[in-house]
Design a protein around this ligand. Sequence first.
Ligand code: XMP
Length: 492
Amino acid sequence: DGFAAEKLFNQGFSYTYDDVIFLPHYIDFPTDSVQLATRLTRNISLSIPCVSSPMDTVTETYMASAMAALGGIGIIHSNCPASQQAAMVHAAKARRVPILSNLVFKSPSDRIDSDDDFASSPFILVTESGTSKSKLLGYVSYADWTSQGNKEVKIYDYMVNSGASVPWNYDLGQLDAFLEENKKDFVPLLKDGEVVDVATKSEVERIKSYPKLGVGSVAADGSWLVGASIGTREHDKERLKLLVQAGINVVVLDSSQGNSSYQIDMIKYVKRTYPELDVIGGNVVTMAQAQNLIQAGVDGLRIGMGSGSICTTQEVCAVGRGQATAVYKVSLVASHSGVPVIADGGISNSGHIVKALVLGASTVMMGSFLAGSTEAPGAFETKNGQRVKKYRGMGSLEAMIKGSDARYLGDTATLKIAQGVVGAVADKGSVLKFIPYTMQAVKQGFQDLGASSIKSAHDLLSSKVLRLEVRTGAAQVEGGIHGLVSYEKRSF
Ligand code: XMP
């Protein structure tokens, strides 16, 4: 019944996730026993197969720490000066609970002239020199400042003296217990004498209300696993140096067409200069492209060209491949060399994740799926009565003007041609809430297929036990929501 993947993907068609459907197999285990633990690269393991895209509307400090807390990983984008990217990596690693406060520092001899100083934070931290790196002396809350009649006086006249702090690596339970026992509304987190964040009671309560966090992605030194992207130009070597100093665990070489002499040279440079650092190459969609990068020494491969929700590469350049075919084909080559693959782009529901993983990927990389979350960069806006966040392609003119042109131009071309668009995505709440629900849905898909792990799904596919078919246009309509006048779509 149905087709083996080998037959289905060798007929000259480029299929995407929605084109194909798996036939159910046999269930002999409960949903909760499905294991989604996986590998990002040759040497990095994750407890869930989720990676956030290196895009400036997706992954900065907050997203990277949240993805690691969930057991996945975030790749911090490079569309900013190298020092800023390195600072984001440093900050993401310097916390164990995904909170992010706006910190404002003053010294005791400063004055607070206007309530502008409280615009981004309800309190100001007072340190010896007025920077995060000097000794913590206390704080001034907005209430302290407003009740202070004479605004001319210096902070030391009315600040609350309190050096109370906790170590940066306190987990949620420890933070909660500290705030509870000490009857505090907030507490600064310290790493090597520097204030790296502040845990507030309300943030701790918010995170406690989500599904319990599983096994986070922790590096050998106890910090979160964090990745970062770079380009393949000469000056990216300097960027990489700063990122390595900031402690990245993996680097992603960010090119829309990765099979190039520039990327191969860079892979060899990274492996030679930083033998301990895993390098992910890409993007690729064919077996030949993958083979070249594997030979050059990549530890992981990123698959996808033009499949992203904001991509126009296939239309602009006439190059790319349907994502289901690309994942299947590249995974065949990569699995022979023990290189895990990342299915990048085109994920808009849990079924797409199931398809990507079963077809051979070890992880999925997501942009739009995560861009409307609390942890994505930027503020929510209201458009047509709906709360949305901006999401833009890194090949959009807007992003390229800010500096991301290297990914799309690759060499030294000077005229900019857009390969992406700018848009907005709906508010989805916190990734800490919707990713656990999404993973539960993925587990159900695996259970229907009789696959108890990603590895067993790959084995069932290659041994032709799992069967697929192509869906006609009408079958796709039937498989989606249809025939209702209106509906509310909610998975959790
Ligand atoms: P999703 O579908 O998750 O896709 O939103 C995210 C992935 O899309 C790629 N990307 C682009 N591709 N033009 C492109 O052709 C662009 O402007 C662009 N920006 C991002 C990237 O691989 C990302 O992970």
